[in-house]
Unconditional design. Sequence first.
Length: 330
Amino acid sequence: MKDLVFSGIKPTSVPHLGNYIGAIKQWVDIQKNHRCLFSIVDLHAITVPQDPKEMRQNTLDIAATYLACGIDPARSTIYIQSEVAEHAELAWILGTVTKMGELERMTQFKDKSQKGGRERAGLGLFAYPALMAADILLYDTSAVPVGEDQMQHLELARVIARRFNQEFGETFVIPQALIQKHGSRIMSLQDADKKMSKSDESKSGTIMLDDDADAIRKKIMRAVTDTGGGVYFEPEKKPAVSNLMTIYHHLSGKTMKEIETLYEGKGYGDFKKDLAEIVVDYLGPIREKLETFRREPGELHKVLDAGRDKAKAMAEAKMELVRERVGLGR
Ligand code: TYM
Protein backbone atom coordinates (compact mmCIF):
# COMPACT_ATOMS: atom_id res chain seq x y z
CA MET A 1 0.00 0.00 0.00
CA LYS A 2 1.24 3.53 -0.75
CA ASP A 3 2.70 5.59 2.09
CA LEU A 4 0.29 7.84 3.90
CA VAL A 5 0.88 11.58 4.08
CA PHE A 6 -0.83 13.88 6.58
CA SER A 7 -0.71 17.65 7.00
CA GLY A 8 -2.90 20.53 8.08
CA ILE A 9 -3.40 24.27 8.44
CA LYS A 10 -5.03 26.20 11.30
CA PRO A 11 -8.12 28.24 10.33
CA THR A 12 -6.86 31.40 12.01
CA SER A 13 -7.07 33.35 8.71
CA VAL A 14 -7.06 32.85 4.96
CA PRO A 15 -3.74 31.11 4.18
CA HIS A 16 -0.77 33.27 3.15
CA LEU A 17 2.02 32.83 0.64
CA GLY A 18 4.25 31.19 3.29
CA ASN A 19 1.62 28.50 3.88
CA TYR A 20 1.35 28.02 0.14
CA ILE A 21 5.06 27.72 -0.65
CA GLY A 22 6.02 25.94 2.58
CA ALA A 23 3.13 23.46 2.59
CA ILE A 24 0.24 23.43 0.08
CA LYS A 25 2.39 23.60 -3.06
CA GLN A 26 4.27 20.45 -2.02
CA TRP A 27 1.03 18.68 -1.22
CA VAL A 28 -0.26 19.15 -4.75
CA ASP A 29 2.71 17.15 -6.09
CA ILE A 30 2.80 14.57 -3.32
CA GLN A 31 -0.86 13.59 -3.79
CA LYS A 32 0.00 12.21 -7.24
CA ASN A 33 1.70 9.17 -5.73
CA HIS A 34 0.66 8.99 -2.09
CA ARG A 35 -2.51 8.52 -0.10
CA CYS A 36 -3.03 11.93 1.52
CA LEU A 37 -5.09 13.47 4.28
CA PHE A 38 -5.21 17.27 4.47
CA SER A 39 -6.99 18.59 7.51
CA ILE A 40 -8.25 21.97 8.63
CA VAL A 41 -7.06 21.86 12.21
CA ASP A 42 -9.63 23.93 14.08
CA LEU A 43 -8.92 22.34 17.47
CA HIS A 44 -5.41 23.76 17.17
CA ALA A 45 -6.75 27.18 16.17
CA ILE A 46 -8.67 27.56 19.45
CA THR A 47 -5.51 27.27 21.55
CA VAL A 48 -5.38 31.05 21.11
CA PRO A 49 -8.55 33.22 21.23
CA GLN A 50 -10.68 33.11 18.05
CA ASP A 51 -13.85 34.87 17.02
CA PRO A 52 -16.25 31.91 16.47
CA LYS A 53 -17.93 33.40 13.41
CA GLU A 54 -14.68 34.35 11.77
CA MET A 55 -13.16 30.96 12.49
CA ARG A 56 -16.08 29.20 10.75
CA GLN A 57 -15.51 31.36 7.68
CA ASN A 58 -11.76 30.73 7.82
CA THR A 59 -12.40 27.00 8.05
CA LEU A 60 -14.38 27.07 4.80
CA ASP A 61 -11.81 29.41 3.25
CA ILE A 62 -9.00 26.97 4.01
CA ALA A 63 -10.96 24.11 2.45
CA ALA A 64 -11.66 26.33 -0.58
CA THR A 65 -7.98 27.24 -0.80
CA TYR A 66 -6.96 23.58 -0.78
CA LEU A 67 -9.23 22.97 -3.77
CA ALA A 68 -8.31 26.24 -5.50
CA CYS A 69 -4.59 25.39 -5.23
CA GLY A 70 -5.07 21.99 -6.83
CA ILE A 71 -5.63 19.52 -4.00
CA ASP A 72 -7.82 16.96 -5.73
CA PRO A 73 -10.59 15.50 -3.54
CA ALA A 74 -10.64 12.41 -5.78
CA ARG A 75 -7.10 11.66 -4.63
CA SER A 76 -6.84 13.34 -1.22
CA THR A 77 -9.05 13.37 1.85
CA ILE A 78 -9.93 16.92 2.92
CA TYR A 79 -11.70 17.25 6.26
CA ILE A 80 -12.19 19.31 9.42
CA GLN A 81 -10.26 18.01 12.43
CA SER A 82 -12.99 18.63 15.03
CA GLU A 83 -15.47 16.54 13.00
CA VAL A 84 -13.40 13.45 13.77
CA ALA A 85 -13.55 13.29 17.56
CA GLU A 86 -10.85 10.61 17.71
CA HIS A 87 -8.22 13.38 17.33
CA ALA A 88 -9.15 14.79 20.72
CA GLU A 89 -9.44 11.35 22.31
CA LEU A 90 -6.00 10.26 21.13
CA ALA A 91 -4.51 13.62 22.14
CA TRP A 92 -5.66 12.96 25.71
CA ILE A 93 -4.10 9.52 25.75
CA LEU A 94 -0.83 10.76 24.24
CA GLY A 95 -0.84 13.54 26.83
CA THR A 96 -0.33 10.85 29.46
CA VAL A 97 2.95 9.78 27.86
CA THR A 98 4.18 13.30 27.06
CA LYS A 99 6.50 14.99 29.59
CA MET A 100 5.98 18.50 30.92
CA GLY A 101 9.67 19.20 30.28
CA GLU A 102 9.27 18.28 26.61
CA LEU A 103 6.33 20.63 26.18
CA GLU A 104 8.12 23.41 28.03
CA ARG A 105 10.97 23.27 25.53
CA MET A 106 8.72 23.96 22.52
CA THR A 107 9.66 27.32 21.02
CA GLN A 108 6.11 27.92 19.76
CA PHE A 109 4.79 27.61 23.31
CA LYS A 110 7.52 29.92 24.60
CA ASP A 111 6.75 32.50 21.89
CA LYS A 112 2.98 32.38 22.22
CA SER A 113 2.93 32.41 26.01
CA GLN A 114 5.46 35.23 26.22
CA LYS A 115 2.90 38.04 26.12
CA GLY A 116 0.67 37.04 29.01
CA GLY A 117 3.33 35.05 30.85
CA ARG A 118 3.57 31.33 31.44
CA GLU A 119 1.15 31.33 34.39
CA ARG A 120 -1.65 32.67 32.21
CA ALA A 121 -1.03 30.42 29.20
CA GLY A 122 -3.83 27.96 28.46
CA LEU A 123 -3.51 24.23 28.99
CA GLY A 124 -4.53 23.75 25.35
CA LEU A 125 -1.65 25.88 24.12
CA PHE A 126 0.73 23.87 26.31
CA ALA A 127 -0.65 20.52 25.14
CA TYR A 128 -0.75 21.61 21.47
CA PRO A 129 2.06 19.22 20.40
CA ALA A 130 0.23 16.19 21.87
CA LEU A 131 -2.79 17.03 19.68
CA MET A 132 -0.54 17.45 16.68
CA ALA A 133 1.05 14.06 17.41
CA ALA A 134 -2.46 12.58 17.61
CA ASP A 135 -3.36 14.02 14.18
CA ILE A 136 -0.35 12.34 12.64
CA LEU A 137 -0.27 9.02 14.51
CA LEU A 138 -3.99 8.35 14.15
CA TYR A 139 -3.56 7.53 10.46
CA ASP A 140 -0.28 5.57 10.41
CA THR A 141 1.27 8.54 8.65
CA SER A 142 4.75 8.01 7.27
CA ALA A 143 5.44 11.51 5.94
CA VAL A 144 4.42 15.00 7.04
CA PRO A 145 5.12 17.83 4.57
CA VAL A 146 5.46 21.03 6.61
CA GLY A 147 7.42 24.26 6.86
CA GLU A 148 10.48 24.46 9.06
CA ASP A 149 8.60 26.02 11.98
CA GLN A 150 6.82 22.70 12.60
CA MET A 151 9.99 20.59 12.80
CA GLN A 152 10.24 20.72 16.58
CA HIS A 153 6.63 19.56 16.98
CA LEU A 154 7.27 16.75 14.55
CA GLU A 155 10.37 15.61 16.42
CA LEU A 156 8.29 15.43 19.57
CA ALA A 157 5.58 13.43 17.76
CA ARG A 158 8.28 10.88 16.90
CA VAL A 159 9.44 10.71 20.51
CA ILE A 160 5.86 10.24 21.74
CA ALA A 161 5.18 7.49 19.17
CA ARG A 162 8.32 5.59 20.13
CA ARG A 163 7.60 5.89 23.83
CA PHE A 164 4.03 4.67 23.40
CA ASN A 165 5.19 1.72 21.27
CA GLN A 166 7.74 0.79 23.93
CA GLU A 167 5.24 0.97 26.76
CA PHE A 168 2.22 -0.61 25.10
CA GLY A 169 3.58 -2.58 22.13
CA GLU A 170 3.93 -1.64 18.43
CA THR A 171 0.98 0.61 17.67
CA PHE A 172 2.15 3.66 15.75
CA VAL A 173 4.21 4.25 12.62
CA ILE A 174 7.11 6.66 13.26
CA PRO A 175 6.50 9.64 10.93
CA GLN A 176 9.12 11.59 8.95
CA ALA A 177 9.07 15.31 8.23
CA LEU A 178 9.20 16.39 4.59
CA ILE A 179 10.92 19.75 4.27
CA GLN A 180 11.87 21.41 1.00
CA LYS A 181 15.32 22.72 0.17
CA HIS A 182 14.11 26.26 -0.57
CA GLY A 183 10.92 27.78 0.77
CA SER A 184 10.46 25.93 4.04
CA ARG A 185 10.73 29.30 5.75
CA ILE A 186 9.37 32.25 3.78
CA MET A 187 10.20 35.47 5.58
CA SER A 188 8.18 38.65 6.14
CA LEU A 189 8.48 41.14 3.27
CA GLN A 190 9.06 43.82 5.89
CA ASP A 191 11.61 42.06 8.08
CA ALA A 192 13.83 39.29 6.74
CA ASP A 193 14.51 38.09 10.31
CA LYS A 194 10.88 37.17 10.93
CA LYS A 195 8.92 34.46 9.18
CA MET A 196 5.93 35.46 7.08
CA SER A 197 2.96 34.96 9.37
CA LYS A 198 -0.72 35.71 9.73
CA SER A 199 -0.06 37.36 13.09
CA ASP A 200 2.56 39.80 11.76
CA GLU A 201 1.69 43.31 13.00
CA SER A 202 2.90 44.76 9.73
CA LYS A 203 0.17 43.68 7.28
CA SER A 204 2.38 44.58 4.35
CA GLY A 205 4.87 41.86 5.30
CA THR A 206 2.43 39.04 4.48
CA ILE A 207 0.76 38.26 1.14
CA MET A 208 -2.61 36.65 1.76
CA LEU A 209 -3.90 34.26 -0.91
CA ASP A 210 -6.99 36.43 -1.36
CA ASP A 211 -5.07 39.70 -1.81
CA ASP A 212 -6.04 41.48 -5.01
CA ALA A 213 -3.55 42.52 -7.71
CA ASP A 214 -3.13 46.04 -6.32
CA ALA A 215 -2.43 44.86 -2.79
CA ILE A 216 0.12 42.32 -4.06
CA ARG A 217 1.93 44.92 -6.18
CA LYS A 218 2.08 47.37 -3.29
CA LYS A 219 3.42 44.79 -0.85
CA ILE A 220 6.13 43.58 -3.23
CA MET A 221 7.23 47.05 -4.32
CA ARG A 222 7.46 48.07 -0.64
CA ALA A 223 9.34 44.92 0.36
CA VAL A 224 12.64 45.58 2.12
CA THR A 225 15.86 44.72 0.26
CA ASP A 226 19.49 44.50 1.37
CA THR A 227 22.33 46.99 1.24
CA GLY A 228 24.51 46.72 -1.83
CA GLY A 229 22.84 46.13 -5.20
CA GLY A 230 22.63 42.93 -7.20
CA VAL A 231 20.14 40.11 -7.33
CA TYR A 232 22.05 37.16 -5.83
CA PHE A 233 20.90 34.20 -3.80
CA GLU A 234 22.98 34.54 -0.64
CA PRO A 235 20.69 33.92 2.36
CA GLU A 236 23.41 34.90 4.89
CA LYS A 237 24.52 38.13 3.23
CA LYS A 238 21.32 39.04 1.40
CA PRO A 239 18.42 37.61 3.42
CA ALA A 240 15.71 39.93 2.07
CA VAL A 241 16.60 39.56 -1.63
CA SER A 242 17.14 35.81 -1.19
CA ASN A 243 13.66 35.57 0.30
CA LEU A 244 12.15 37.39 -2.68
CA MET A 245 14.14 35.13 -5.00
CA THR A 246 12.74 32.07 -3.23
CA ILE A 247 9.23 33.32 -3.96
CA TYR A 248 10.23 34.06 -7.57
CA HIS A 249 11.74 30.56 -7.92
CA HIS A 250 8.64 28.80 -6.60
CA LEU A 251 6.10 30.72 -8.64
CA SER A 252 8.05 30.91 -11.93
CA GLY A 253 9.81 27.53 -11.90
CA LYS A 254 13.14 29.25 -12.66
CA THR A 255 16.25 28.13 -10.80
CA MET A 256 18.17 30.57 -8.59
CA LYS A 257 20.98 30.62 -11.19
CA GLU A 258 18.55 31.48 -13.98
CA ILE A 259 17.11 34.32 -11.91
CA GLU A 260 20.59 35.67 -11.14
CA THR A 261 21.50 35.63 -14.83
CA LEU A 262 18.24 37.32 -15.79
CA TYR A 263 18.93 40.29 -13.48
CA GLU A 264 22.67 40.64 -14.01
CA GLY A 265 23.46 44.33 -14.11
CA LYS A 266 19.87 45.28 -13.20
CA GLY A 267 18.57 46.89 -10.02
CA TYR A 268 16.16 45.77 -7.33
CA GLY A 269 13.39 47.86 -8.92
CA ASP A 270 13.29 45.83 -12.15
CA PHE A 271 13.44 42.60 -10.21
CA LYS A 272 10.60 43.58 -7.87
CA LYS A 273 8.41 44.81 -10.72
CA ASP A 274 8.72 41.45 -12.49
CA LEU A 275 8.23 39.54 -9.25
CA ALA A 276 5.03 41.48 -8.53
CA GLU A 277 3.60 40.46 -11.92
CA ILE A 278 4.61 36.83 -11.39
CA VAL A 279 2.83 36.75 -8.03
CA VAL A 280 -0.24 38.56 -9.41
CA ASP A 281 -0.53 36.13 -12.35
CA TYR A 282 0.02 33.10 -10.17
CA LEU A 283 -2.39 33.99 -7.38
CA GLY A 284 -5.11 35.49 -9.63
CA PRO A 285 -6.77 32.19 -10.60
CA ILE A 286 -6.48 30.87 -7.02
CA ARG A 287 -8.24 33.96 -5.68
CA GLU A 288 -10.98 33.70 -8.31
CA LYS A 289 -11.69 30.08 -7.42
CA LEU A 290 -11.65 30.93 -3.72
CA GLU A 291 -14.23 33.62 -4.33
CA THR A 292 -16.43 31.27 -6.35
CA PHE A 293 -16.43 28.83 -3.43
CA ARG A 294 -17.34 31.68 -1.06
CA ARG A 295 -20.39 32.47 -3.19
CA GLU A 296 -21.35 28.84 -3.82
CA PRO A 297 -20.10 26.66 -0.97
CA GLY A 298 -22.25 23.62 -1.92
CA GLU A 299 -19.41 21.66 -3.53
CA LEU A 300 -17.17 22.46 -0.57
CA HIS A 301 -19.61 20.92 1.90
CA LYS A 302 -19.83 17.78 -0.22
CA VAL A 303 -16.05 17.42 -0.21
CA LEU A 304 -15.85 18.02 3.55
CA ASP A 305 -18.66 15.51 4.27
CA ALA A 306 -16.99 12.80 2.22
CA GLY A 307 -13.59 13.62 3.75
CA ARG A 308 -14.98 13.42 7.28
CA ASP A 309 -16.55 10.00 6.64
CA LYS A 310 -13.35 8.62 5.18
CA ALA A 311 -11.09 10.00 7.90
CA LYS A 312 -13.50 8.87 10.61
CA ALA A 313 -13.52 5.26 9.41
CA MET A 314 -9.71 5.19 9.50
CA ALA A 315 -9.52 6.90 12.89
CA GLU A 316 -12.11 4.61 14.49
CA ALA A 317 -10.18 1.51 13.50
CA LYS A 318 -6.95 2.89 14.94
CA MET A 319 -8.59 4.01 18.18
CA GLU A 320 -9.99 0.55 18.80
CA LEU A 321 -6.45 -0.78 18.78
CA VAL A 322 -5.18 2.07 20.97
CA ARG A 323 -7.91 1.55 23.59
CA GLU A 324 -7.16 -2.14 23.68
CA ARG A 325 -3.42 -1.55 24.06
CA VAL A 326 -3.92 0.92 26.90
CA GLY A 327 -6.64 -1.14 28.64
CA LEU A 328 -9.48 1.36 28.28
CA GLY A 329 -13.09 0.14 28.47
CA ARG A 330 -14.30 -3.41 29.06
P1 TYM B 1 0.11 26.63 10.45
O1 TYM B 1 -1.36 26.69 10.30
O2 TYM B 1 0.78 27.68 11.25
O3 TYM B 1 0.82 26.60 9.03
C1 TYM B 1 0.45 25.68 8.02
C2 TYM B 1 1.67 25.21 7.24
O4 TYM B 1 2.34 26.31 6.65
C3 TYM B 1 3.72 26.30 7.01
N1 TYM B 1 4.19 27.69 7.15
C4 TYM B 1 5.24 28.19 6.48
N2 TYM B 1 6.08 27.65 5.59
C5 TYM B 1 7.04 28.45 5.07
N3 TYM B 1 7.19 29.76 5.42
C6 TYM B 1 6.37 30.36 6.31
N4 TYM B 1 6.52 31.62 6.62
C7 TYM B 1 5.32 29.56 6.89
N5 TYM B 1 4.34 29.81 7.79
C8 TYM B 1 3.66 28.67 7.93
C9 TYM B 1 3.75 25.56 8.35
O5 TYM B 1 5.03 25.03 8.61
C10 TYM B 1 2.71 24.51 8.12
O6 TYM B 1 3.24 23.40 7.42
N6 TYM B 1 0.75 23.06 13.92
C11 TYM B 1 0.53 23.29 12.51
C12 TYM B 1 -0.76 22.68 11.98
C13 TYM B 1 -0.89 21.23 12.28
C14 TYM B 1 -0.22 20.18 11.60
C15 TYM B 1 -0.69 18.98 12.21
C16 TYM B 1 0.71 20.14 10.57
C17 TYM B 1 -1.68 20.68 13.22
N7 TYM B 1 -1.58 19.31 13.18
C18 TYM B 1 -0.24 17.73 11.80
C19 TYM B 1 1.16 18.87 10.15
C20 TYM B 1 0.69 17.70 10.77
C21 TYM B 1 0.44 24.80 12.27
O7 TYM B 1 0.18 25.54 13.16
O8 TYM B 1 0.54 25.18 10.98
